[in-house]
Design a protein around this ligand. Structure first.
Ligand code: FES
Ligand code: FES
Length: 155
């Protein structure tokens, strides 16, 4: 089938098999390898991308369901050569070691902050529960998200 959707702000058209998952369309057909293949079963969050503002697990998400919608991947987050505040904060707080979980972490946090402008630590921990980091960078990840929220929304 021919899949048309908006990807990182641009209209995109790609030919896919009906049962293809979004992760493989992004990584394979479209070459966007920022979304990671971790567990492949919906548990780790490494493959998180944004569809119409909501975080989804691309390894489970049927690509055909992206038709006519807006998909944001980590490659589309920086604007005009400027990192998104979340990306900046992850760097400043050393919120990564190997970096494998980082795109999924940042996009899950991005979606969370759209509706939660001044989250406390507890709320961030609860929201990020489904994103796993094998390197155990959780404390710094939470600090980075809190710092980014302050930068984006004040407080
Ligand atoms: S790779 Fe999708 S949730 Fe783990
Ligand atoms: S930084 Fe290595 S998995 Fe999170």
């Amino acid at each position: 089938m021919d899949l048309r959707f908006k990807l990182n702000g641009r209209e995109q058209s790609v030919s896919i098999a009906q049962d293809r998952r979004l992760l493989w369309v992004l990584r394979g057909e479209l070459g966007l390898v920022g979304c990671k293949y971790g567990c492949g079963e919906g548990y780790c969050g490494a493959c998180t991308v944004i569809v119409d503002g909501a975080a989804v697990r691309a390894c489970q998400f049927p690509a055909r369901e992206a038709a006519g919608r807006e998909v944001l991947t980590i490659e589309g987050l920086a604007k005009d050569g400027k990192l998104h505040p979340l990306q900046q904060a992850f760097m400043e707080h050393d919120a990564l070691q190997c970096g494998f979980c980082t795109p999924g972490m940042i996009l899950a946090a991005y979606s969370f902050l759209l509706n939660n402008h001044k989250p406390d630590r507890k709320a961030i921990i609860a929201a990020m529960e489904g994103n796993l980091c094998r390197c155990g960078s959780y404390v710094r990840i939470v600090a980075a998200i809190q710092a980014a929220a302050r930068r984006m929304y004040g407080g």
